[in-house]
Design a protein around this ligand. Structure first.
Ligand code: PLP
Length: 295
């Protein structure tokens, strides 16, 4: 048998999310993130949004059967090891995604997008539909504090509350290995932000009770007007770094550093008139001769 080419059939990602025509969030943010981190990704679209940096004006969910077909066609052909899910749109699409993922044995990283930062609802059904169809298939969740409160039904105003809520979420799905809580909306007047990676550890001998391992990363709070798509970018980066390292703790550390770099560089940008996107392209910009010829 001929030797397999080393580049053949490398692990690939599939993003399942909504489209943002202004390029800051959703599918567009996901593909940019995978690309700059060096991972190939496909993209199955759940809904078309119409928006710019000033907000989401409307959205058009695609027929659920068509969303399912996009995912199935990609899974039938590409070597997808990791699926990242963002905006789902409605209950029918959630159900369709849940059905097509039932036979998928790789990692499923779900960023539970429920509302846009401007407050527009991006999922029209209640959180039980999310739990039943998507969280039940997920291996990793990446909620912010507001999303954690909706999913858990608990108040998460401080670290103890957020960690208790994150630990409670494991009861929703036996597949879940980790909940990565983004702490940016906690302690908002503080000079630092803490993100958490909560992982379930194997049941203890004797008691049979599962434990939890909690990793914390504290970083300086970077003030930037350009935060549109940070949730999508964070979850895609975690997915991409997990593909590259095979280790969730390392992926968490690299993702936090990646976000710090992008947020710091974003302060030099004015893109649009509202909450601008992250400058993903800055992450790979080469200072070569060609670059100097361009402004
Ligand atoms: N996905 C889509 C298609 C969106 O339009 C939005 C926000 O408007 C999001 C995801 C969530 O964006 P963020 O990463 O800022 O939470």
């Amino acid at each position: 048998m001929a030797a397999m080419h080393p580049q053949h059939n490398r692990p690939m990602a599939l993003s399942i999310a909504g489209s943002d025509p202004s390029g800051g969030a959703g599918i567009q943010a996901d593909i940019k993130t995978f690309t700059v981190i060096g991972v190939y990704s496909g993209a199955a679209i759940t809904a078309l949004t119409s928006q710019n940096t000033l907000g989401v004006s409307s959205y058009l969910p695609l027929p659920a059967a068509f969303v399912k077909k996009q995912i199935q066609d990609v899974l039938d052909d590409l070597n997808v090891t990791h699926i990242k899910i963002g905006m789902v749109g409605n209950r029918e699409i959630a159900r369709a995604i849940g059905e097509v993922l039932t036979g998928f044995t790789g990692e499923v990283i779900y960023d539970p997008v429920i509302k846009s930062s401007g407050g527009v609802s991006l999922f029209t059904a209640g959180s039980t539909a999310i739990t039943e169809h998507i969280i039940s298939q997920a291996t990793v969740l990446t909620p912010n504090i507001a999303e954690l409160e909706i999913i858990s039904g608990l108040q998460c105003g401080n670290e103890a509350g957020a960690l208790a809520a994150a630990q409670g979420i494991f009861a929703l799905s036996p597949r879940l290995k980790a909940v990565c809580v983004k702490g940016g909306h906690m302690n908002i007047l503080g000079k630092t932000v803490t993100d958490y990676l909560v992982q379930k550890t194997p049941p203890e001998k004797g008691t049979g009770a599962a434990g939890f391992h909690i990793a914390r990363i504290e970083h300086p709070r970077i003030s930037s007007r350009n935060t549109h798509g940070t949730g999508c970018t964070f979850a895609s980066a975690l997915t991409a770094y997990h593909m590259r390292t095979g280790d969730l703790n390392q992926a968490f550390r690299l993702t936090c550093a990646f976000m710090d770099t992008l947020l710091s560089r974003s302060t030099a940008y004015v893109i649009g008139h509202g909450t601008g996107p992250l400058p993903h392209h800055e992450f790979i910009r080469q200072k070569d001769e060609t670059d100097q010829d361009l402004s």
